[in-house]
Design a binder for this molecule. Structure first.
Ligand SMILES: [Zn+2]
Length: 139
């Protein structure tokens, strides 16, 4: 079956709506917990954000522990993108782990990695919440 590109922006907005996240900063750890996903901090090579895998039936987001806090939040959001967009693809291909490269890394998974990055950006900086902040901030 051919891979159908996902819509990362709609998926991120739906995830925020489903968990009633209405104000920044977006609590990615809490969203992962609500999605029944585990987060593990792992020491891996510096080119990787982290990993996404199914350990048993538990979706597990591996976060590269050498990243700074903001990059770790992005890695969790990126993993949530794989959970929302690619979980079926992962199991259908019989792959038990995606290793998530930084954006400049070439890989056969580049398209799904770009989708997960778009999802992460939309989750961490959702247009609706950014507009809310802008309207309620005195500059
Ligand atoms: Zn990835």
């Amino acid at each position: 079956m051919a891979y159908e590109p996902a819509d990362p922006l709609t998926a991120a907005a739906n995830l925020l709506r489903r968990h009633r996240i209405g104000a920044p900063p977006v609590p990615v750890d809490r969203i992962a917990k609500l999605c029944r996903a585990a987060i593990r901090y792992i020491h891996i090579e510096k080119e990787l954000l982290g990993t996404f895998s199914l350990i048993g039936e538990i979706p597990t987001i591996g976060v590269n522990s050498i990243l700074n806090m903001n990059r770790q939040r992005f890695a969790i959001a990126h993993g949530l993108g794989h959970l929302e967009l690619h979980r079926n693809l992962l199991s259908r291909r019989g792959i038990d782990e995606l290793r998530c490269p930084t954006p400049d890394w070439q890989t056969e998974y580049i398209r799904i990695e770009v989708e997960a990055n778009q999802f992460a950006a939309a989750l961490l900086m959702p247009g609706v919440l950014i507009n809310y902040e802008a309207l309620n901030t005195i500059f």
